[in-house]
Design a protein around this ligand. Sequence first.
Ligand SMILES: NC(=O)c1ccc[n+]([C@@H]2O[C@H](COP(=O)([O-])OP(=O)(O)OC[C@H]3O[C@@H](n4cnc5c(N)ncnc54)[C@H](OP(=O)(O)O)[C@@H]3O)[C@@H](O)[C@H]2O)c1
Length: 331
Amino acid sequence: MTSSTEETSGRPSLRSAPTLHRRCPFCNIGIVNDSTIVVAGATGNLGGRIVRALLERGARVVALVRHSTARDKLERLQKLGATIASVDFSSASQVTPACSGASCVVSALAGLRDVIVEAQTVLLDAAIKADVPRFIPSDYSIDFTKFPPGENRNLDLRRDFHKRLDKTSISATTIFSGAFTDMLTGQMPLLLFKRKRVLYWGDADQRMDFTTMDDTAAFTARAALDPSTPRFLRIAGDQLSARELTAGVSKVTGKEFRLFRAGGLGLLGTLIKVARTIAPGEKELYPAWQGMQYMRNMFDGRAKLEPLDNDRYPGIRWTTARDVLSARQDS
Ligand SMILES: NC(=O)c1ccc[n+]([C@@H]2O[C@H](COP(=O)([O-])OP(=O)(O)OC[C@H]3O[C@@H](n4cnc5c(N)ncnc54)[C@H](OP(=O)(O)O)[C@@H]3O)[C@@H](O)[C@H]2O)c1
């Protein structure tokens, strides 16, 4: 005779995973899953959220960190319940044992060629050597398969890494999430709160994709635990044009915002070239011209995400741009 709802429903009993309970402070939330997932970039903004989302689902998480990573970041991950593996990201012989036994390696690394192409290649080789069946690269972007190389430096690096990834037999899944919605109230130069303007290039009715970091992390965690994901998954918590953003921000703030057309996409292209010449900052991850390249790709519509896989996993409540703007208003 069985004694719990989970046992009678045929799902695994929580009592069969005592170690997991001790390790994971979130085990009472969501479905218990005893997979081991390796997360590279776990100390980062998105990576930390992915770690948390995985632990909430009962997974064991090995956080791959570099030897130089600050102690307080490691303590935060340990408090969440992750196991730390400190490695040299240029050494496959150090990374391979850390990947052993995992069902998926998730990368949330951020950087330029040395990270996105070189360190991720070491990670990929290590995952393959350790017989890890699945790999999620650090993409989390607009759909760069829809436009040719040469238009966006940071996305070209991902494309270069994909050339290596797609030559291997590991089952890889890229998650395209559009722009992080969180940036609407920060780094992204679209909503000019003081001037009550919404800046746009080209067409005010071109819709763009936005997903919050938390939602991207929640979906990535689900994908990491899903043994049969396709090569690409596309998500968007919201899809809005500059005109729709103007209506939304006006409603939330109670102030009348207006559209501000900075110019056409041709002008933006010229400005990108000028900005890159005057202030190249080639060693920086996000020099001004790089941000402008993202803007151009979003406003020209080719990188638009479709079809969406938002409904692939039940229980994710997608955060809208309006939710993010309301939270800013309340804070
Ligand atoms: N769609 C969007 O709008 C959007 C916006 C921002 C980011 N993203 C993407 O999201 C992903 C994660 O970005 P993020 O903002 O979360 O990055 P982040 O906060 O800067 O974190 C970067 C992570 O990479 C690690 N790292 C950096 N250089 C490394 C190296 N040489 N070797 C090993 N580890 C290294 C860092 O480790 P330490 O803690 O040791 O430094 C950290 O864990 C990236 O693919 C990024 O492009 C997308």
